[in-house]
Design a protein around this ligand. Structure first.
Ligand code: SF4
Length: 401
């Protein structure tokens, strides 16, 4: 399929929208009242700190809703306003935040269900309006919805589209796209759908394995088992690793994406020499600014003397998980929660340790004077951060009585 030509045709269709519908002013008021927080504004104005009683909260300099997410949510709200009677669907969570998704459900936006691992589009009829989320949709989904005669409202973040353009360039030059990401993450699935040949690597270890295979060869069966579900159809590591282009899921750990890019550059340099490097290696900068800012802010936050860090964001949110990884690397007790409801009753917190299931920690807030770092992922509204902070204050106040 010529994905580039398809996208071009789709973008010219009158049933395709990728901007709002002129209701920005009303929607921005609604979003402000539903998701913003006065307390957070106050803390920001106070150099990101707030002390109450024996608790000091230190907020990361940058956290929460990125502009891509804000934009997607605003367009979804505008869509509801613009199509008050039409049936509206969304192909996935608009963003990885349970509160925001719940709010859309209350506005009668239907979510495509996943049955036996497959999305069930059977309820979607011609004339329905279908929203594509901030992290995009696969080209096959877009084609299906277009063929079915749906109105498509595409909220894909422009940063994600930028990655898609990169993999289109890889494809044109017959480079295999090495995608740093999680093969089953919606954004990576969408990116893969635009790629020609691709291989998804999760981390530096996997990238090193591939680099070693390129330089020294290895066990092909083991390679294929290791990257099961993470490569294009018919992928052959003995044939398809001669020309590489680098791409990424926009919310991966920035430093790791850079290291992986450099690793493959070195590998191809070693194998083909400097004169031929450009024929074997291609990289564009596709790390999203918002991800970078939030990770940099977290790196600053962990320099503070903290008793614990609370990271707020959806449990399936990749960028939130990476923020928590930074706290773990510094050995600071960290608690990943998806809403303030996970705190209490009493001095307990239900949280998700990295790569584990939810668990409950009792007496998680130490006695006496404490300093707690707080940050949140790009899909988390300030209101959730405010509720979390209020709960921490309340909890310590109760403990003092
Ligand atoms: S994290 Fe970056 S790529 Fe993802 S929605 Fe936000 S701005 Fe866009």
């Amino acid at each position: 399929m010529d994905t580039k030509a398809f996208k071009r045709t789709l973008q010219q269709s009158e049933n395709y929208h990728r901007r709002g519908f002129g209701h920005e002013a009303e929607v921005s008021q609604t979003l402000k009242s539903e998701y913003q927080s006065n307390l957070i504004g106050e803390i920001r104005a106070n150099h990101n700190r707030l002390k109450r009683g024996n608790v000091t909260i230190v907020l990361a300099e940058s956290f929460g809703f990125c502009w891509g997410v804000e934009r997607a949510v605003a367009i979804a709200y505008e869509t509801r306003q613009h199509f008050p009677t039409e049936r509206i669907w969304i192909t996935n969570e608009i963003i990885h935040n349970p509160g925001v998704n719940q709010r859309l459900k209350e506005m009668n936006v239907h979510f495509i269900e996943v049955k036996d691992g497959e999305k069930d589009f059977s309820g979607v009829k011609a004339g329905d309006v279908v929203i594509l989320p901030a992290f995009g949709a696969t080209v096959q989904e877009m084609q299906f919805l277009n063929d079915r005669g749906c109105t498509i409202v595409d909220t894909t973040c422009p940063w994600v589209s930028k990655v898609w353009n990169s993999v289109e360039k890889h494809k044109k030059g017959e480079y295999t796209s090495i995608i740093h990401g999680k093969y089953n993450h919606e954004e990576t699935q969408a990116t893969s759908s635009f790629a020609g040949k691709y291989l998804v690597v999760l981390n530096l270890d996997q990238a090193q394995y591939v680099a070693d295979y390129i330089l020294k060869g290895g066990d092909k069966a083991e390679f294929m088992a290791k990257f099961k579900n993470a490569h294009s159809a018919g992928f052959d590591p003995d044939r398809d690793l001669e020309k590489l282009g680098i791409a990424n899921q926009t919310t991966m750990l920035k430093s790791e994406t850079e290291q992986i890019g450099k690793l493959f550059e070195r590998t191809m340099l070693q194998k083909y020499g400097p004169l031929e490097l450009n024929q074997h290696f291609l990289a564009f900068n596709t790390i999203c600014d918002a991800t970078q800012e939030r990770q940099d802010a977290m790196l600053n936050l962990v320099e503070e003397k903290l008793d614990a860090i609370v990271v707020i964001g959806g449990f399936n949110s990749s960028n939130t998980t990476h923020l928590q990884e930074i706290a773990i690397e510094r050995n600071i007790p960290s608690y990943h929660i998806d809403s303030a409801d996970r705190i209490g009753p009493g001095n307990r917190i239900e949280h998700k340790p990295l790569l584990k299931d939810l668990e409950v920690a009792e007496n998680w807030l130490p006695d006496g004077e404490i300093t707690i770092g707080v940050t949140s992922g790009a899909s988390t509204p300030d209101r959730s951060v405010e509720e979390t902070i209020e709960k921490i204050f309340a909890l310590k106040a109760v403990a003092l009585v």
